[in-house]
Ligand binder design. Structure first.
Ligand code: 6PG
Length: 259
């Protein structure tokens, strides 16, 4: 693995030779953050995304992590979710359930998925309400700077257009400052209806990791990390800038080929 400090303001870059190496490093990183958080706060509040991320987290279900991680202390959230039934093939919950949550001893009541029987607008509202309750009891910490929830770790993927979570280029929700969770009904990546954390929440996290693989993402990654290209400052991936938290990029060689 190459660890580059060349783009310090854009976080740490961990460039891997293959997805096996990346998966092991990602599992080590998550297990370590979980340990630190459980030691400091007694719990670990982690937000997932959809896409290839869950497959790349797969090593967590294997030895040694399946035995060494304190799964009972994990609280699971989604940085974004598609507004479909929980058993729908598009559901990020279903993806995570089948790929991870069903394979490790996570407490079912600690898994905070969206209300899948209401509109996108109501689902976003309900999800924010649920997070507010958990902030009140400090299961989710709070940022003293922004008053937003401070997740111990938010895991993001990135699309080839530079989107993260369900924050797509040029969308008005990129500027959302008040809501913690918002909704869209016009996602360019199907399905169209989604809820998503907003940037104030993403950037209030203690740790944010963006996991990006494949050559189709190389150009957007270059804009996001090297700050080049048209309108790079409003590229969603570029807007991931934790205020006090730590940002780490998990990349493979093809994704990193234009850096
Ligand atoms: C979603 C995601 C989305 C995803 C990226 C990258 O629900 O669609 O959360 O933000 O992480 O599109 O997906 P891939 O890693 O599969 O390219």
């Amino acid at each position: 693995m190459d660890v580059s400090g060349a783009h310090k303001d854009r976080g740490e870059l961990r460039i891997h030779e293959n997805s096996d190496e990346l998966s092991t490093d990602l599992a080590d990183y998550i297990a370590e953050l979980s340990e630190v958080s459980v030691k400091e706060r007694g719990v670990f509040a982690i937000a997932l995304s959809g896409g290839s991320l869950i497959r790349l987290m797969g090593k967590l279900c294997e030895a040694p992590y399946n035995k060494t991680v304190d799964w009972a202390k994990w609280y699971i959230f989604w940085a974004d979710e598609r507004v479909v039934a929980r058993n729908h093939s598009d559901s990020n919950y279903k993806l995570a359930k089948e790929g991870l949550l069903s394979k490790v001893p996570i407490v079912p009541s600690h898994v905070h998925s969206i209300n899948d029987s209401v509109s996108a607008e109501k689902a976003a509202e309900d999800y924010e309400f649920a997070i507010r309750q958990l902030v009140r009891t400090r299961i989710v910490s709070v940022s003293e700077i922004s008053d937003c929830p401070k997740f111990d770790l938010i895991l993001l993927g990135m699309g080839s257009d530079g989107h993260v979570a369900s924050l797509f280029p040029d969308h008005s929700v990129l500027d959302e400052k008040d809501e913690w969770v918002t909704f869209i009904t016009d996602s360019p990546k199907p399905p169209p209806e989604r809820i998503t954390f907003t940037f104030p929440v993403i950037n209030s996290a203690s740790n944010v990791a963006v996991v990006v693989t494949g050559s189709s993402k190389a150009e957007a990654l270059r804009s996001a990390i090297n700050n080049v290209g048209p309108e790079c400052s409003s590229l969603p991936a570029r807007m991931v800038q934790p205020t006090k938290g730590k940002l780490v990029w998990f990349l493979d060689r093809p994704a990193a080929s234009k850096l």
